[in-house]
Design a binder for this molecule. Structure first.
Ligand code: PLP
Length: 389
């Protein structure tokens, strides 16, 4: 029997080791891993540079308290600030912590300027911002909040795309609008650039902060460092996590100077967040994935992959409804429930994961090779072919 709590429904499959885009079972079966820990292992498994970084740092220093200066964290924060809109960075350990801290920053900012009544956050219904008490209620999902009352107050919801409702929700009490630039768990739904721009304008007009949750879509997954880069919009607060650690748990809140001014000593903290081991690994990942040539490759190869998937959609119009997403954050939306499709892919040695709205989510490592993409396409084609019979 298993002594692990039963809060996951796990596939009957486990792995012994991983290398690049592949996972290996104990009995030598090889799987093409297009889950990658849910957009976490941005450089695949066992990347030599990350192995070197973790080994070198492990010999020196793992953890010290944030009561002391941590030079490794200073370096990573500076790198992030130089590359992005951010003026300041606050390190955490996970996505939920980063989004929850983002909510805290937004509220604390208005408190610090004498407007504590501005504390409500507007979010998209059935979005995903993590599993802490505050973030499940931020998601507005019935399923995630069931049994976890009393309700955490302070969140208002509109349906994806319902701009009228969004405008109606804004009051003098609204502190921030928090949305995923691309909804991940919610079904790989992209907020278009024009919409991000309008959101920014709306926030400026109403003195509201804009929080863009880039935990899943950020860190070069779309071929831009942030999914919002292309829109040229500057958010106030951005939580990141998943991809930045390449498999090591790291989260962070990126902030502009204005909101960061509220985070005075003692206002927030974390025991583990920003320790030297995490920071060294994060630095190594950042150097690799923010390289211009690397990003260009992500764009080029992912565009090829999208085009090929679109061809499969044309070939199997009764199975595939839509190809969603950008870069390597991809959803194949089916006409029917996706469990069987994912199982069939898995039986053919391709790992994928579900998202809402009948979506099969595909998350290759960012350094995936062209022939590995072709291998995946072949398997997807085969599964469609079998279902078409
Ligand atoms: C995964 C995710 C989170 C939560 O991250 P955890 O590390 O699981 O706590 C938050 N926001 C988005 C958009 C995510 O995809």
């Amino acid at each position: 029997m298993s002594y692990l709590a039963k809060n996951y429904s796990r596939k009957k499959l486990s792995f012994e080791k991983g290398k690049g885009s592949f996972l290996y079972t104990k009995d030598g079966k090889k799987y093409l891993d297009f889950v990658q820990g849910i957009a976490v292992n941005s450089l695949g498994h066992s990347h030599p540079k990350l192995i070197k970084a973790i080994n070198n740092q492990a010999k020196k220093l793992w953890h010290v308290s944030n009561a002391f200066i941590i030079p490794e964290g200073e370096i990573l924060a500076k790198k992030i600030a130089k590359k992005t809109f951010a003026d300041y960075v606050m390190f955490q350990n996970s996505g939920a912590e980063a989004t929850e801290a983002s909510i805290k920053v937004a509220r604390r900012y208005f408190y610090s300027i004498g407007k504590p009544e501005k504390n409500r956050i507007i979010c998209i219904k059935d979005s995903f911002h993590g599993r802490t008490l505050a973030t499940i209620f931020a998601s507005g999902s019935k399923k995630m909040t069931e049994g976890f009352g009393p309700k955490v107050q302070g969140f208002d919801h509109f349906k994806f795309g319902d701009h009228k409702k969004l405008k109606r929700l804004i009051t003098k009490k609204t502190a921030a609008i928090m949305v995923e630039t691309i909804m991940g768990e919610g079904g790989i739904k992209v907020i278009p650039d024009w919409c991000l721009k309008e959101l920014r304008k709306l926030c400026n007009k109403k003195n509201i902060l804009l929080i863009l949750d880039e935990v899943q879509c950020g860190i070069s997954r779309t071929g831009d460092f942030f999914a919002f880069d292309k829109s040229k919009v500057k958010p106030d607060i951005v939580p990141i996590a998943k991809g930045i650690g390449g498999g090591f748990p790291i989260g962070a809140v990126l902030m502009n100077k204005k909101v960061a001014s509220a985070m005075i000593p003692g206002s927030h903290g974390s025991t583990f967040g920003g320790n030297p081991l995490a920071m060294k690994i994060g630095s190594e990942v950042l150097d690799i994935v923010s390289n211009k040539r690397f990003l260009k490759n992500v764009k080029k190869n992912s565009t090829y992959f999208h085009n090929q998937l679109s061809k499969l959609k044309k070939k199997y119009p009764k199975i595939i409804k839509d190809i969603r997403g950008r870069g390597y954050l991809i959803g194949i939306q089916l006409y029917t429930e996706q469990t069987n499709f994912i199982k069939n892919l898995m039986d053919n040695k391709l790992l994928t994961i579900r998202a809402a709205e009948n979506v099969v989510r595909i998350l290759p490592p960012l350094n995936v090779k062209r022939n590995e993409l072709d291998q995946a396409l072949k398997i997807i084609n085969q599964v469609c072919l079998n279902l078409n019979k």
